[in-house]
Design a protein around this ligand. Sequence first.
Ligand SMILES: Nc1ncnc2c1ncn2[C@@H]1O[C@H](COP(=O)(O)OP(=O)(O)O)[C@@H](O)[C@H]1O
Ligand SMILES: [Mg+2]
Length: 608
Amino acid sequence: MLLRRIKFAIKLFEKLFGKYKIQIVALAFLGFLGGLMESASISLLIPVFSMALGKDPLDIGTLSQVVKNFFAFLIYLRPQFFTHFIRNTLGNINYDMVWLLALIPLLFFAKSALMVWFSYIGTSIGTKFEFETRSRLYRKALLAHWPYLLKQKIGHLENTLMYDIRMSAKLMGGMISFILDISSLFVYIIVAVSISYQITLITLSVGIVIFVVAQFFMQRTRHYVKRQTVFNKDIAHHINEHISGIKTIKAAGVERKVALVGGNFFQYLRDFTIRQSLLKHIISSLSSPLSILFIVIVFAISYKSPDFNLTIFIATIYIIQRIFIHINTAQKSLHDMNDFGPHFVSVGDLETNVDKNLESDSGEKGFVFKDRLEFRDVKFSYPGKEPVLDGISFAVKKGELVGVVGSSGSGKTTLVDLFMRFFYPQSGEIILDGVNINEIKLAQWRKNIGYMPQDTFLLNDTISNNIRFYDDSLSEEDIKRSAEIANAVKFIEKLSSGFETIIGEHGVLLSGGQKQRIALARTLARKPHILILDEATSSLDNESEALIQEAIENLKGQTTVIVIAHRVSTIMNADRLIALEGGKIKETGTPEELLKKKDSYFYRVNLL
Ligand SMILES: Nc1ncnc2c1ncn2[C@@H]1O[C@H](COP(=O)(O)OP(=O)(O)O)[C@@H](O)[C@H]1O
Ligand SMILES: [Mg+2]
């Protein structure tokens, strides 16, 4: 169980942090160096104190030995240099009080400088991780295939990209400071052992006990943290969902009820945060009284013993304090890592999922449409469901205007989704001039198909940018012309800033018909070879619908158009109609032919 978790953690670390390995190792080295400097200056206290007490400098502890040797080396160098300046400078150096006292703060300053560097590198890789991971996952999420995206909840992706990734960066920060603590601890322990191994041994045993007890508390907070990540996602979902439906909510007069439901979420979140923070603080605040208690006990036991030495005792105490502090901060870093772990896992999960659900492009061929498009015995069902489309076969000639009618739920949108390659048929083929459309490069395919869904998607931006829609190859002229074909220019020119008018969130400043015409202009601006409208006008008033119908009528002969409609009036100008029912094609013919047949499905619907 534990082993599996460790394995999982290592894999995740490798996946998300692997790129920053070198920097992390560099940090560990800097941390080690910093610890070395600090402990060196502390060990210098021993000879300083002994000098102050008028005794021979005591050279207990490896580091003060090293310093002493370093001084000896400098003194040895003195006659080797002939430069007057250097000789003079070196000439003053001696292993004495003044120089030792100067060296102690100097080492501390050097250590601080090192730590600034350390935190700079730390922040730099933390922010780099955040930036790179966010960009990568956003791109991958956008490139995922439709069946996966369809299942995503509003707000979850945003939460993961913004919040979970930030928390994962903090986890990396925790990891880095853990490295710092461990490397400093390592140095301190060596120094402490070289001064007094008994005291060090006891200190370490006590430290380990504290550590283990703290770990136990930490396990308990893990549970809260996990629930918290889930909650954060739920909250993001709740807010996003309800704000996007605010008009309906207001109309129904349920704002307060919604606020109450939201409030409950926030309350839960607060409870978790309190419990978690309490546990955390119990652990961290215990450490300093414990270390004092420990020092008192060591003093009480040892001060009467004949080889008790105050200098050594003071230096040891300082180092013990440092050891405790580092155990404590290591503990905290571990705790942080624990807190941020679930966010980290959630980022990892997202990446695994988007990687698994990348939209595949099997196609190699270019898009060529000269003659006909054909559905051949196409069968499709949603996972675990009855077939929605069952043996659909029909052909569309280039330049034709074909209407597809059928009642709600008859499979019209599914048909379009298959055509757009959002889904793939379980059997049968869609063929363009003898080529299975799956063999055509996906980007090519979609570029040449103009698709208009029922609900328009507009950006809170200018009309011009909504028509351009990230296609930089379009000129101002293209945009104007497509707006003209879409019957949109008249109303656009009446707006205060014409094409540069900002249309508000989802185009709230426009009417349904106007929005739809801008969407049509966007689609047409790309000069599609095939245009497909999925009930694009079904929610419009007659006048708006007539304007769009007229626009489509004008495309006749140049662009192949498939119009899906619920209302028969929309497609009376089609060259040919296809009536879909229960996943099968019920009848086909010209509108006139079908209207003549008194028992036709089409006739029945038209009269209703
Ligand atoms: N993503 C989906 N998962 C499962 N079933 C779906 C999904 N989308 C649509 N359906 C079902 O497929 C059938 C056809 O839906 P659809 O193609 O949207 O019909 P239409 O556009 O003609 O109203 C309906 O019964 C609908 O419930
Ligand atoms: Mg539909």
